[in-house]
Design a protein around this ligand. Sequence first.
Ligand code: SF4
Length: 367
Amino acid sequence: MRFVDEFRDGMAARSLAGAIRRTVTRPWALMEVCGGQTHAIVRFGLDELLPPEISLIHGPGCPVCVTPVALIDQALAIAARPGVIFCSFGDMLRVPGSAEDLLSVKSRGADVRVVYSPLDALALARQRPDREVVFFAVGFETTAPANALAVAQAEREGLRNFSILVSHVRVPPALEAILASPRRRVDAFLAAGHVCAVMGTQEYLPLAAKHHVPIVVTGFEPLDLLQGILMAVRQLEEGRAEVENQYARLVKAGGNRPAQALITRVFQVEDRDWRGIGAIPSSGFGLREAYAGFDAGRRFGVREIGGRESPDCQSGLVLQGLLKPRECPAFGTTCTPDQPLGATMVSSEGACAAYYRYRRFEPAEAP
Ligand code: SF4
């Protein structure tokens, strides 16, 4: 397939792996930020191509995984209301709340629908003025422009039966929290290319300088990832800590200005809880007061609903790169995609889901 196969060429991959092997002289730990990158690494066995000095640590970049359990419980409460059509991306339906998931609520008769865009939910609101249509707005900076657009469009059209339940998170504050942690293991980051396609690369400059950490904005295909790793290893070996852009075919330093303007118009930066991790200052987006009427949490009075995480799930450690999925005692035993204990086992970008799907069951390497 054009523009895909070129980035999956085996010869080129082996050549890049050879260049990494010739460059590295000591152990380094690199974190790929995005769950999409984690899935590509595990699916194509890129970690197994690398020299033993390079450890890849899986990062927190799975928005479904970090959506707090309280927000899942709020979604369940809204979805169960009569007269509501609750719209969501598909992988949210299996994410466990305190007691059940959206699929269970749907099986009892709630009108829960899978959509592919917030604009699908908006269209539904136009078609069904007799129903409240709620979209579960989950995502990083990547999906924020489309959600902002849906809200702005609903306001323009005077659609009062449309609202969103917001669970938007921002990458730079999460990286700051990881770097500031006393348990920090990360020497360099492979930043998420799609987030930077929207936001640009400037936000990462202060992080790289403050923590003396290389940050390489990287794509999602095997050759993107291997080239990003090579660029990060070169920086580490040369003692540099710069922001570099491997994904230049899509990412510009300034990002997508109209998309940023849309985000700023509709959303404001807020503190946010991350599932399994806890509160991270300034790490989320919430609706501005001018758009508070489209906030499903307020409209349905569910904002005080709390949540309770499974005590057996260690996804907080997985999301911070402190634990590999197969090191969790529940992995593949009491926690499987059919019976998940945590979101990382069912999200399409979850690290536990990647390890399960690609059969990474073998015991972890000795430290
Ligand atoms: S394997 Fe299951 S229980 Fe363990 S961290 Fe992953 S989602 Fe949680």
